[in-house]
Design a protein. Structure first.
Length: 632
């Protein structure tokens, strides 16, 4: 796992930017503290910051050059089948000089062209210069686990692992209001778009082909995501469970491949517990890590993690914090946020990663399990709406009552009422609009109440249509809701969080649920193997019977939450009201309607906050980002 930056100049003006490569690499150096190197030629410059995981020798440092001394690669990620690919290359007469996956990726692409990216089993963002063809290949793995930003203009193409690297090249900061409007709804920006109109991410499973002629820059798919072609092939239940366990075990074993110790996050939920259970069959005394909050039992789930750790004999570290320990890192996180990202659980991941990095370079996680296997509560709600219209009609009639009752996601009863109104709102909508409702914390009309620049939107409707296209094409297939979440929520929220927060501390996170073979298998199964009636994650629960305690298997779904409502009504209230949302500042900014903001804050401070804490937190993150990047 590493960080990189690069720039390809098309003319004299572009070449004037090449000297900024050192600053660009500095901006992402936290991703790779083990070695850094810059390489420049007349028309390009690249830099790489290495976090050494496989082949720790200096021979595997990057940029890594082919034998011709001109072709090279800078690479971020891990390829788990590199040994078999290496053997194939050697059998074909290719000399391999290292034990690293980096060299194998380079030689495979040089010999077989960019279609070779489809043979890689792992996650990656790679930039390869093929000197013989005088072209570049900028590629990203099929699930988009690793970030790959780029910006193109008449003078140059710049690319980097993070937005920070691009900004160091001095690119123009033109806000993408369509992206920001979606951010105000989702609390994250859907990829491949970003906060800036002239910055994009390489699409998952695609590569950019770049030649000396700027007009020849094209983005080309090298593989199709397995859920792009729905397959309703039925299988006997026993065979499905057995095959799943086999593939899941293999996925975990692959991700233990490293020349450094590999540990695991352990929250005590079924996903991370299943990963630890499987990993313990391959590694004795696996090091596991959980986080607990000594001052707030509502957010403390450490007892479940410790139960799993005892059962599998792991070397467990329970990191005990106060919720104020997370509060303390908010200024640090917001100061370094290069793109608005309002998932508040990132705070806990940031603190956990900081503590884990003191002992480990690599950990496994359970990310992706919810989207792959149907773990979110909204999937059960969706099933009920599709299969029990009477219940949906009753809830729709009760919506006015829910609206009058106290809603607070941080209390059990208040959260039930909040969920009831959310269900009632979605029940009468078409499947594709309902999906968007499930995804959003703010609906479009609510955002327009406080966002005065809605007239600047250009592509919002087209982007929304694209993000809901799978459900529009197959509205009767519940699988399409899961698949849409993998392309939206997983890609642009969960994977962003599990990359940026750990990599801020140079910690690599690997998720077995994102294994290509496992995804291909699970995506071929009818939705009934995942969600039905009152049961979610049916297949995973069946597979873990007799392996995990029933208490863990049957635990209700719980997110990695933080006490936002308490903070925004307490420690953060002054900065919220007197700084970021002060009427004079709102007017000066010219982005928001002060009356709409006042209504939102009033709801936050009322007895019926609903989701206001999450909504306001997203706006706080945006405001701080705006100050950092647009007013600096």
């Amino acid at each position: 796992m590493c960080g990189f930056a690069g720039i390809i100049a098309f003319n004299y003006n572009g070449r004037l930017r090449l000297d900024r490569i050192s600053a660009a690499l500095d901006a992402v150096a936290h991703r790779g503290p083990d070695y850094r190197q810059v390489y420049k030629q007349n028309d390009f410059a690249v830099g790489h910051a290495r976090l050494s995981i496989i082949d720790l020798s200096q021979k595997a440092n990057q940029p890594f050059f082919a034998e011709d001394g001109r072709s090279f690669i800078i690479h971020n990620g891990e390829i788990f089948n590199f040994s078999s690919l290496s053997a194939t290359l050697i059998a074909g007469g290719q000399k391999i000089r290292t034990h690293s996956d980096t060299e194998v990726v380079l030689q495979n692409v040089l010999q077989n062209g960019p279609s070779a990216f489809s043979t890689l089993d792992g996650f990656f963002a790679s930039a390869i210069f093929d000197a013989s063809k005088k072209c570049w290949y900028l590629a990203r793995d099929p699930m988009g686990v690793k970030p790959f930003y780029y910006s193109l203009n008449e003078d140059f193409l710049a690319f980097s692992s993070e937005m920070k690297g691009l900004l160091a090249f001095g690119i123009r900061k033109e806000p993408d209001w369509d992206s920001l409007f979606m951010y105000f709804q989702l609390n994250y920006i859907p990829q491949p778009w970003t906060a800036f109109r002239n910055v994009h991410q390489v699409k998952p499973g695609h590569y950019l082909r770049v030649t000396e002629n700027k007009a020849d820059i094209t983005e080309i798919p090298f593989t199709a995501l397995p859920f792009d072609q729905p397959d309703e092939k039925k299988r006997p239940a026993g065979d499905v469970t057995g095959e799943f366990k086999k593939l899941f075990s293999s996925a975990v074993e692959k991700r233990l491949t490293a020349d450094v110790p590999v540990g695991a996050f352990l929250s005590g939920g079924i996903d991370s517990s299943a990963v630890v259970a499987m990993a313990s069959t391959f590694t004795r005394h696996l090091k596991t890590f959980s986080i607990g909050f000594s001052d707030d039992a509502f957010y403390d789930e450490s007892r479940y993690a410790e139960k799993v750790a005892r059962q599998f004999g792991t070397d467990h570290t329970a990191i005990s914090l106060t919720t104020n320990d997370m509060l303390d890192v908010i200024p640090e996180i917001l100061r370094n946020t290069d793109e608005p990202f309002g998932d508040s659980s990132a705070l806990a991941v940031y603190v956990l990663s900081r503590e884990v990095r003191r002992k480990m370079k690599v950990v496994l996680s359970g990310d992706g399990g919810d989207e792959l296997l149907g773990g979110y509560n909204k999937y059960l709600a969706e099933w009920r709406i599709r299969h029990n219209p009477l219940v949906s009609n009753i809830f729709s009639l009760l919506r006015p009552l829910f609206a009058r009752l106290s809603q607070d996601r941080h209390t059990t009863i208040g959260n039930r009422i909040r969920q009831g109104e959310r269900f009632a709102t979605a029940a009468g909508q078409p499947a594709w609009d309902r999906y968007w409702t499930w995804c959003c914390w703010h609906q479009s009309a609510e955002v327009r109440d406080y966002f005065s620049d809605a007239g600047k939107l250009i592509e919002y409707d087209q982007r929304k249509l694209l993000l809901t296209s799978k459900i529009r094409e197959f509205p009767g297939d519940l699988n399409q809701v899961l698949f849409s979440d993998m392309a939206l929520v997983l890609l642009s929220d969960m994977l962003v969080k599990i990359d940026r927060m750990p990599m801020a501390h140079a910690l690599e996170v690997r998720s077995p649920f994102l294994d290509h073979e496992l995804i291909r298998f699970c995506s071929s199964l009818p939705a009934g193997y995942k969600v039905k009636r009152k049961s979610s994650k049916i297949l995973l629960k069946e597979a873990m019977k007799g392996i995990l305690p029933g208490e863990i298997i049957n635990r209700p779904k719980r997110g990695f939450e933080v006490p936002l409502y308490r903070w925004l009504n307490g420690e953060l209230k002054d900065s919220l009201v007197n700084d970021l949302f002060k009427p004079d500042y709102i007017k000066q900014q010219g982005i928001f309607n002060s009356e709409g903001i006042s209504r939102l804050l009033a709801r936050l401070f009322s007895g019926k906050p609903g989701d206001a804490a999450i909504q306001v937190w997203g706006l706080m993150v945006f405001q701080q980002w705006w100050k950092n990047h647009m007013e600096a």
